[in-house]
Design a protein around this ligand. Structure first.
Ligand SMILES: Nc1ncnc2c1ncn2[C@@H]1O[C@H](COP(=O)(O)OP(=O)(O)OP(=O)(O)O)[C@@H](O)[C@H]1O
Length: 259
């Protein structure tokens, strides 16, 4: 099953500051959409309203037409798996039990973990190449290992929608590719905040670009990742040309020519 995600005119403010302004976006069933923007542009705040941690000042979030803020936490957890930025590094739990938390929305209260739950946990750990960590204490893992385990927890949840806040954070280059290949291969509806423009260009079907809380560009990677837009939003000069191999935008940053 795949689902669609829609936000309509989402706003959030802190004191008098408008942190997210009027953001309407759409992720089609099975689409992998990237959310880009500089530090502090509002990506995490927007995602937190989508995954129902931060109540919007105004606007709506709906999954398959159902308003997430009108639905229960359990229904939402079945529909949406989340990789948040605050990564729960305080967990004093075995890795296997952290991943098992992903099964909670499917379990009835006080029920024991089923064979199916344990099987899905093993499968998710294998997919994230983290089986060897299963018996370790989560708090003792490296940053990248934690990230892979939390991604395994999101996979074990078997939700049709993934909302990911910087999923490649802490990952080395090979693990970044493995994770993004995996996400693309799952074919789930996915919205991911990303910092690495070259990765977004290669992996995402479409992109939304935030600046100071508002959307300033949307479209395919080739439409969004132009030298002018990168200069305007990030203050960095870049050369962009289609890859001879994939046709997707190849970005060469010019780090000595900051604007
Ligand atoms: N509770 C709050 N009170 C005041 N300001 C806040 C609050 N939460 C977020 N902000 C501010 O809102 C802005 C957007 O923050 P947010 O974390 O959404 O940005 P981001 O695009 O995810 O940034 P980064 O790329 O650095 O992770 C920042 O300037 C942040 O300091």
């Amino acid at each position: 099953m795949t689902v669609e995600l829609r936000t309509q005119r989402l706003c959030w403010q802190a004191a008098a500051a408008h942190i997210v302004r009027d953001v309407s976006l759409y992720v089609a069933p099975g689409e992998f959409v990237g959310l880009l923007g500089p530090n502090g542009s509002g990506k995490s705040t927007l995602l937190r309203m989508i995954y129902r941690v931060l109540r919007p000042a105004s606007g709506q979030v709906s999954v398959e037409g159902r308003d997430v803020w009108q639905s229960g936490a359990r229904d939402n957890a079945r529909a949406m798996a989340v990789l948040a930025q605050e990564n729960g590094s305080e967990f004093e739990m075995r890795v296997r039990d952290v991943v098992l938390m992903g099964r909670t929305p499917h379990q009835s209260p006080f029920a024991r973990d089923s064979e199916q739950d344990l099987h899905l946990v093993d499968q998710a750990l294998r997919r994230m190449n983290a089986q060897a960590l299963a018996e370790r204490l989560f708090s003792t893992l490296s940053g990248g290992e934690k990230q892979r385990v939390l991604m395994a927890r999101a996979l074990a949840q078997q939700a049709p929608l993934l909302v990911l806040d910087e999923p490649t954070n802490h990952l080395d280059v090979r693990h970044q590719f493995e994770l993004l290949n995996l996400i693309r291969g799952l074919g789930l509806t996915t919205l991911a905040a990303l910092h690495e423009l070259p990765l977004a260009a290669h992996y995402c079907d479409r992109l939304y670009l935030l600046k100071e809380g508002a959307l300033v560009a949307r479209g395919t990677p080739a439409q969004v990742l132009t030298p002018d837009t990168i200069a305007e939003v990030y203050g960095v000069r870049a050369l962009v040309q289609p890859s001879p191999r994939t046709g997707k935008p190849l970005i060469e940053f010019l780090p000595d020519e900051l604007l």
